[in-house]
Design a protein around this ligand. Structure first.
Ligand SMILES: [Zn+2]
Ligand SMILES: [Zn+2]
Length: 273
């Protein structure tokens, strides 16, 4: 059955291409019943995301659209929390998702963004972790688990984003047992916190990866842990709002999942595969 919701959606208020209204119209055209907006929080050191002023405009606009389109689609106002972002009050939001986009080095006391430029990831490795790949991904997954479980979000988003710029498997080896051990230990912490896990198709759409986040071995392990999954497109434009949803449903079914979660105004519900 067609999935008719997406809770990971960006707009031109942060780094998305389209306006919030264009995203709503695209969702309606695709037959969606629920659309959640998850704009980026403000990251002062990168001057990235929605600053106070933009955030207020975003809240006002999504609130306006909720009302305007209420007979056609349920719109939810959310936000994507990040470990480098300035703290914000979550009162105004219907929901939030959580993840990290940067790894912190104890040595240099700096955050390095892992999903922006290859040079930055390499700098993290060289300068922040003395070329020790294991130390870098250990830090990344430990920081991811600590941050995300502390926030109790609707779900845990793109957990292995550190792989985004490692498409050739050349910065670190994703098949190494030391890598998989660190990622699995992060997964166990998410399971203990009973968080649903996002299956994110954004990296495929943008041509960085051939498979979703998280990697297949993680989705297989998650299934063994009886974890629940939710498919999301991490959409930054109107065309990709349901990107790869059908393929992902088949992919997850093959792994052994019998259902995925999908969003409604009342919360997450099961949709059987
Ligand atoms: Zn993100
Ligand atoms: Zn996002």
């Amino acid at each position: 059955m067609q999935l008719t919701s997406n809770m990971h959606t960006h707009t031109a208020y942060c780094d998305g291409k389209n306006t919030a209204e264009e995203m709503v119209q695209a969702a309606i055209k695709k037959g969606f019943t629920t659309l959640g907006f998850s704009g980026h929080c403000y990251v002062p050191q990168e001057q990235f995301g929605m600053d106070q002023h933009t955030l207020q405009a975003y809240i006002a606009e999504v609130t306006r659209l909720k009302e305007k389109y209420k007979d056609r689609i349920d719109i939810l106002l959310g936000i994507e929390l990040d470990n480098t972002a300035a703290p914000i009050s979550l009162e105004s939001f219907d929901y939030y998702i959580a993840d990290i986009h940067a790894v912190y080095s104890e040595k240099t006391r700096q955050y390095y963004v892992v999903d922006d430029k290859r040079e930055i990831l390499l700098k993290a490795l060289q300068e922040g972790f003395d070329n020790n790949t294991q130390a870098m991904y250990h830090a990344y997954f430990a920081q991811y688990a600590a941050f995300v479980t502390s926030k109790k979000p609707l779900y845990a988003a793109h957990m292995d984003l550190i792989c985004k710029l490692n498409g050739q498997n050349d910065i670190f080896d994703e098949t190494a047992s030391s890598y998989q051990k660190e990622a699995l230990s992060c997964l166990e912490k998410l399971a203990q916190a009973r968080l649903p896990l996002e299956v994110n198709t954004g990296g495929i759409y943008r041509g960085y990866r051939k498979a979703p986040y998280p990697a297949k071995f993680l989705l297989e392990a998650w299934r063994q842990m009886q974890g629940e999954v939710i498919i999301a497109s991490d959409s930054h434009d109107a065309d990709s709002i349901d990107f790869y949803f059908e393929e992902m449903q088949k992919y997850l079914k093959k792994i052994g999942y019998t259902y995925v979660l999908t969003a409604t105004k009342q919360g997450l519900v099961r949709q059987f595969l």
